[in-house]
Design a protein around this ligand. Structure first.
Ligand SMILES: [Zn+2]
Ligand SMILES: [Zn+2]
Length: 295
């Protein structure tokens, strides 16, 4: 079995929150990377992707053999916290890299325009046309198979829309990246689906090895944020457990959640779900965390 590792480069939702009170879980916005047999599958390009770019520049110095190094970037949607790091991603400026950027046709029919728009001189000094990498933007997410890694997708409930991605390695190692999704509008409080979108999501995450999921709000906070596109913590745990998820990774942390708040929340839910039979492992995503992907 080939090695597969997921690394978290940014776990924060909404806006980057550097500082002393967030140094343990990190302040960079959404970005994770699956490295599988020397291929890279990147999910979202929030500010966290900048650090990944620095590491990839070191890698290219040692490993470039004349063939372009391929990076596949899957964008859940184009809210700022998911694309803002792209203009600071060094491989995009380097002709030794090939960048394939995937986004949903439904949600992101203007994907290329949106990405180049954030590099308009009003916002940023360097235009997208000056990116030297071989850049390809794809808005067809059907039947993606890149070097034997299969990636499927489903729509989520989020203002402007967002996409969840399921990755399957070697037929039986699976993970779902599903951020910016308001499950509270799709599920009853006991974790059962209450509409078609909820049922589709339930089937999509069913029995996956790892679910990386939006858990932005406490149950109390959610009451003031209905319709903002994010999920309450108790509900994501109930839905994941009911769907037979083996490991739940809570992601897209609220900017107001300091390290001590996240620590308290994580202890509460970890103890609750790891003591059940069967147990579900609960992990609170933090910047720099690497998870080996085993089935
Ligand atoms: Zn977000
Ligand atoms: Zn969003």
């Amino acid at each position: 079995m080939k090695n597969a590792f997921i690394t978290f480069w940014g776990c924060r939702g909404s806006i980057a929150t550097p500082g002393r009170s967030t140094e343990r879980y990190g302040g960079n916005t959404s970005c994770i990377c699956l490295k599988y047999d020397n291929a890279y599958y990147i999910f979202d390009a929030g500010t966290g992707i900048r650090g990944l770019g620095v590491e990839l520049m070191d890698f290219v110095e040692d490993h470039y053999d004349g063939e372009p190094i391929e990076l596949n970037i899957f964008l859940s949607h184009t809210h700022w916290d998911h694309i803002q790091g792209l203009p600071f991603f060094q491989p995009a400026y380097d002709s030794r890299f090939k960048l394939n950027i995937y986004g949903s046709e439904n949600q992101d029919e203007m994907l290329e325009k949106t990405l180049s728009g954030q590099m308009n001189s009003v916002y940023f000094p360097v235009p997208m046309s000056q990116l030297n990498a071989d850049l390809n933007v794809h808005v067809d997410l059907h039947a993606i198979d890149i070097h034997g890694v299969k990636i499927s997708s489903t729509d989520q409930d989020h203002p402007g829309g967002s996409t969840a991605f399921k990755t399957i390695l070697d037929k039986d190692r699976t993970f779902v990246y599903a951020t910016d999704n308001e499950l509270d509008l799709q599920f009853n409080s006991d974790g059962t689906p209450k509409n078609k979108m909820g049922q589709r999501y339930f089937n999509f995450i069913s029995a996956v090895d790892y679910l990386i999921a939006d858990g932005q709000y406490t149950d109390e906070e959610y009451l003031d944020k209905v319709g903002w596109g994010h999920t309450s913590l108790s509900l994501i745990h109930k839905v994941a457990y009911a769907a037979g998820v083996k490991n739940l990774v809570i992601y897209h942390h609220d900017p107001m959640h300091t390290d001590s708040i996240l620590e308290d929340l994580s202890h509460k839910y970890m103890q609750q779900y790891e003591s059940l039979t069967p147990a579900m492992q609960v992990i609170w995503a933090r910047e720099g965390l690497t998870i080996p992907l085993r089935s």
